[in-house]
Design a protein around this ligand. Structure first.
Ligand SMILES: Nc1ncnc2c1ncn2[C@@H]1O[C@H](COP(=O)(O)OP(=O)(O)O)[C@@H](O)[C@H]1O
Ligand SMILES: [Mg+2]
Length: 349
């Protein structure tokens, strides 16, 4: 059967001219009874019809299509494109043109989707930001107002109110430092100074720097058995210190009284080292797990335990680890504990 799909304008013209010419020449033959009259009229009608139809198609349809092409590809008519429009486009069937336009529409839709999600992201970011600032600023405002309107003279509450004010100022400072850090990371300004160092030594340093906090919560920090033998990694030591401070800090904050924090490190495939910080604290619900590396994301339990957190710590960790070309992941069960691990390159010679 003659397929009407993928039919080019030349074929349309030829086919239509043929359909017109055949019955007409038969009619001429019946009337005139001479075959050459019939043949001549067939020839004239076919050729004339062909060119006329082709010309009309070209003039009224393909020129418009050409315009559409120019519009969707936003092209200037270079020599190559002119050739394209002249020789390639007329060969294209309407179906192929439709496919091209559909592909263009899909691409546009993708771009729009990206813009939309960026817009959504920006809105959420601003909303989170103002929310995070509002709480401490309003608290400070409340304490200062109360102090000014008389509480300052009340020795029972004045120190406490001032301490609470200081705590909220701390929180603001904390938030600003984290914000500054994350915006630097997101502008891609992170320059890594990589060096070889023993990861256990760095973990020990971090344990020491957080020992006052850990003691306050009566949490013990140690290495997993079998992980003592030194492993050398190749990374930016100060940035990895920041990651570890965040992870161990979280494990202390969201840990259990009298709990423990364990660091473990393994050589995975000869080229990478896996470092994990595990605790036996409150854990993270399955619902929150996929979100904890998002900026500003905090679980409700987390919020109720630590008022100072910004929810930016893990987002910063993820940036740093990804800047190293590595990955960070979490395993956790509510009420049992959390384990956050990341990989680093093994020692380079
Ligand atoms: N070790 C952990 N145990 C339980 N929950 C955790 C742990 N680490 C992180 N979380 C949860 O993930 C959230 C995000 O952590 P993070 O980005 O460091 O923010 P922050 O510490 O400022 O709250 C925390 O608010 C907390 O709810
Ligand atoms: Mg944190």
């Amino acid at each position: 059967m003659f397929s009407t799909k993928n039919i080019s304008p030349k074929q349309i013209a030829g086919f239509t001219a043929l359909v017109l010419a055949i019955p007409e020449s038969i009619l001429v033959y019946i009337v005139e009874k001479t075959w050459w009259w019939a043949a001549a009229s067939f020839f004239i009608l076919f050729v004339g019809g062909y060119f006329l139809i082709y010309f009309m198609l070209e003039r009224f349809i393909y020129r418009k299509i050409k315009l559409i092409y120019k519009f969707i590809y936003k092209t200037k008519a270079t020599k190559r494109e002119e050739t394209y429009y002249k020789y390639v486009l007329p060969q294209k069937s309407i179906d192929e043109v439709r496919e091209d336009v559909e592909a263009w529409a899909a691409k546009n839709e993708e771009e729009l989707e990206l813009l939309r999600s960026n817009e959504q992201f920006r809105k959420e970011f601003l909303q989170n930001l103002s929310h995070e600032f509002k709480t401490p600023v309003f608290a400070i405002q409340g304490y200062v107002d109360t102090l000014l309107s008389g509480a300052l003279k009340n020795p029972e509450v004045n120190k406490k109110f001032l301490e609470n004010t200081a705590k909220n100022v701390d929180r603001l400072t904390h938030l600003l430092t984290d914000l500054d850090e994350i915006s630097k990371l997101e502008r891609g300004e992170l320059v890594l100074y990589k060096q070889n160092f023993v990861i256990q030594d760095l973990v020990k340093d971090v344990y020491e720097s957080l020992s006052v906090k850990a003691d306050k919560h009566q949490i013990s920090c140690s290495f997993k058995k079998g992980c003592e033998s030194p492993l050398t990694v190749f990374a930016d030591k100060e940035k990895i210190r920041q990651v570890l401070i965040n992870l161990v800090g979280n494990s202390i904050k969201y840990g259990r009284k009298n709990g423990s924090i364990t660091a473990s490190m393994y050589k995975t495939d000869g080229r990478h080292i896996l470092i994990e910080i595990s605790d036996d604290g409150i854990g993270i619900s399955e619902k929150s797990l996929p979100r904890i590396f998002e900026r500003f994301y905090r679980t409700n339990e987390g919020r109720s335990i630590d008022v100072k957190g910004s929810g930016l710590g893990l987002a910063i960790c993820k940036h740093i680890i990804e800047a190293h070309g590595q990955t960070i992941h979490v395993r956790s069960t509510e009420g049992i504990g959390t384990s956050i691990g990341f990989t680093l390159d093994a020692k380079r010679d």
